[in-house]
Ligand binder design. Sequence first.
Ligand SMILES: Cc1cc2nc3c(=O)[nH]c(=O)nc-3n(C[C@H](O)[C@H](O)[C@H](O)COP(=O)(O)O)c2cc1C
Length: 223
Amino acid sequence: MNMIEAMAARHSVRSYTDAPIEGEVLEALAASIAEINKASGLAVELAPDGGKAFDNLLGHYGKFRGVRGLFVLKGRRSKDLGLRAGYWGERLVLEATALGLGTCWVGGTYSKRSVAVGPGEELVCVVTVGYAAAPGRPHRTKPIEAFVPGGIADKPAWFVSGVEAAMLAPTALNQQKFSFALDGNVVDARVSGLGVLTDVDLGIARLHFELGAGAEAFVWKHA
Ligand SMILES: Cc1cc2nc3c(=O)[nH]c(=O)nc-3n(C[C@H](O)[C@H](O)[C@H](O)COP(=O)(O)O)c2cc1C
């Protein structure tokens, strides 16, 4: 499964079997995390038994079952920490999907105190990871016009592919508050209005757009 296929195959999984992540799958994840931390400056960690953060009222409220593994997305405090956690965290999510694992981004419904964070580090959010007991389903999405001011009629095919890939992206509460504007080959990605974790959502949507459009087709207005 390549990253394009992984974007289409990924749906949030909130119910897991008790099969541990081990062997080659664990090695592949550890290698991805090392690469991602090197490229991003983040301090992403796999907590194989991080599921205890869901073993409380909040976790049950969030309808999670059998959570064992967590990706802990954290790094040094900076203005763009949420955006980077979204972009690189979703890269890890897609790699996990390609390895046959289920995932779910989690901003709220877990105990932050149960997650280890080093001095000077800020926790952005976690992603549950493990073998799915119940598969996820495709999310409802707004129509493509909702993401492109002025519509797509005059837009090149690569741009439309990028927006379509972003429509597959997970967003907090499925809020899908992002939009993309095109000027020449410059793409301006924004989040509109108020919402929760919209900077993380924007990072995730930007990765999907890049994968769908092809990174060589355009440049971002804001790096
Ligand atoms: C930043 C972020 C935070 C999220 N937080 C939660 C959460 O606290 N609890 C939860 O059950 N799902 C959470 N989700 C999952 C979204 O509800 C889910 O991605 C969205 O409904 C779209 O569904 P899909 O991921 O299956 O495509 C979060 C997703 C993102 C991107």
